[in-house]
Design a protein around this ligand. Sequence first.
Ligand code: IPE
Ligand code: IPE
Ligand code: MG
Ligand code: MG
Length: 354
Amino acid sequence: MRGSPKEFKAFSKFLNTGQFPRWPQKAGAVQKGLSSKAAATKRERRWRPFSRATVYRGNIVDGAAYLAAQREKIDQFLEETLPSPDSTLHESMRYSMFAGGKRLRPGLAIAAYEAVEGTSPDIIRIASTLELIHTYSLIHDDLPAMDDDDFRRGKPTNHKAFNEAIAILAGDGLLTLAFEVASLPGPSTNGIGDGVRLQVVRELAEGSGSVGMVGGQAVDIESEGVDIDADRLEYIHKHKTGKLFRAAVRMGALIGGATSEQLASLTTYSEDIGLAFQINDDILNVVGALEDLGKSANSDAARGKSTYPAFFGVDESREKVKTLTDQAIAALESFGSSAEPLRALAAFQLSRTS
Ligand code: IPE
Ligand code: IPE
Ligand code: MG
Ligand code: MG
């Protein structure tokens, strides 16, 4: 992986944040494999229906460590998949893709796939498409015509490092590549069939398009400096961020062969986590700093953005994040230990500082 010593330090810091104490006697068994039957039975016994203490005192799976492990697989796939840096456009696509994102959306897709005990080798490829879409959305989100931001993932934004035209085109390139990658047949005969592949492509399109992320972005921009009500605020957050989280979890579940009941529970989880995540993003913009966030702090207020802290204050917004996280974990009630990665990621997003 590329990166300056400073970036490495920043990433190490990320790995050291949001970690939850493990039950000491469990750590080895969990790390060695979620599939170990004996360990699973033990975990099953230990797992209690969600309580607040569970989130705050620790899940068996460490969310930050889980994410770091998925990130490695995702980054290897993306490294092989993005065109080589043979042009300014391709350099620019790679610049933002490998600037150091958390890879939470692919992580959620993989965790949902594990929750339903999927076995298709296509999961990494399909999960990676979410990061292609997400990175494109960030490049466009930072443009002068949008949020006009100078820093992203600890580096100058794409249009600062290259130029506006290249940044727009790099976003377009990543967006298009996502659908190419999603539509490819898998590398193995054990891959997903055409029916599921089409469902997955549809989830990705709906989650990213004008009834999903792009739609939320439009209302976000139209609401700058405008007095909006709580419903519209929720609409923005559920769409600009929530819809891609929803697509991520549903795509992973579909590849894993989820039943309709499982899909319904996982959808509830994804909607709650998506909203919680964006409210937290708003809070971090108020209380965080550039060095931790890798992007400018206090920019929302400066642009007159409609945010949860602006509407409800920081404390009430924090309460909402906690309540939504509780709800998300409660939606996984019917799952046993296979959903522990999802529970751990819920806990991770609750405590994140970047
Ligand atoms: C930032 O998302 C933009 C939002 C939708 C809130 P992340 O916090 O997941 O950003 P990266 O991918 O880790 O940079
Ligand atoms: C980003 O929302 C949402 C998308 C890119 C789809 P924000 O504009 O609030 O996120 P940051 O703070 O710039 O990462
Ligand atoms: Mg924005
Ligand atoms: Mg922004």
